[in-house]
Design a protein around this ligand. Sequence first.
Ligand code: SF4
Length: 334
Amino acid sequence: MQEGSKTSSSGEIARIYIEQDLISDPVALKIMGKLPSAKVIPIGHYKDVFCRPRQQYEVQRQHRSLIIARNTGRLIYDGAPMCQDFGMENFSYANSLMNCIYDCDYCFLKGVYDTANIVVFVNFEDYKKAVEEKLAQGPLYLCISYDTDLMALNGLCGLCDMWTDYARDKEGLTIEIRTKSAPSHFTVSDHIIYAFTLSPDEVIARYEHGTPGLGSRLEAVRRALDSGANVRLCFDPLMKIEGFDEIYNGFIDRVASEVDLGAVRDMSVGTFRIPADYLKRMRRNCPMSEAAWYPYDNKDGVCGYEETLAARMASQVMDRLCRYTGKEKIYLWD
Ligand code: SF4
């Protein structure tokens, strides 16, 4: 799905739950104005809907609902050990959206939440205050598209624009916006990194449902670079598919031929991995997911491909990339 679209691959958002004291909130009104045919249902607290027991994940993912809420809990979290921080201290993430409009088979969110519905927190001013508090302790590297693909819902919620407007001149703050979408507009600032996840079309078709194809993503990468924005390329997660060597070699060759890798800020490479408890929940929520049922190895509570296989997959992609760019630009997750 492209940036700005109101629909998922599997249907338009037909229902909006909104915390009743937000009915006249300007951001909430703007969002509701973009979904004029959606049924609006006032609620007390977003968790009444989002966290209710016995939800039917498979049904919800066909018809996601949007829940408009105020986050009165934690706004910024310290980064998990599994997440790369590209050497930044105070690596953190903010969850101004929870869940995603896309439907990647392997998405860890399927193991975090028992619902496919999406929560949007509209109290952005509170997030800014939380950032200021963090910044008082030192530079802050903040992933704003962590529990979601924030850019994919920017056309509807506008949260990505709010973050980039805020961060563009903010001393000490760097935000990373990770996306599989194909946006058209970028904010040029040393404080903002656009991190594009790239996969071969074979992997996109099989696992990354509802996301733009590789051609659209590469066009977006070129637009970002042409505009002077900071670009990161994420070859992560690498997925084991039949014909891996040929498919990934061709993929890297295509990326290198269509994108000026010299202009890219950095890249990351990593094979699929997921905390074991998330995988267990993902299997329960999405029993039809092929990615969920692969017989992964469990190493210290993290499930992934068998060690030698994972190392071979990653080194093959690294080696291919190194035909076109310096190794020092690539962060290898292992
Ligand atoms: S784009 Fe990211 S957050 Fe969204 S479903 Fe795919 S893996 Fe999950």
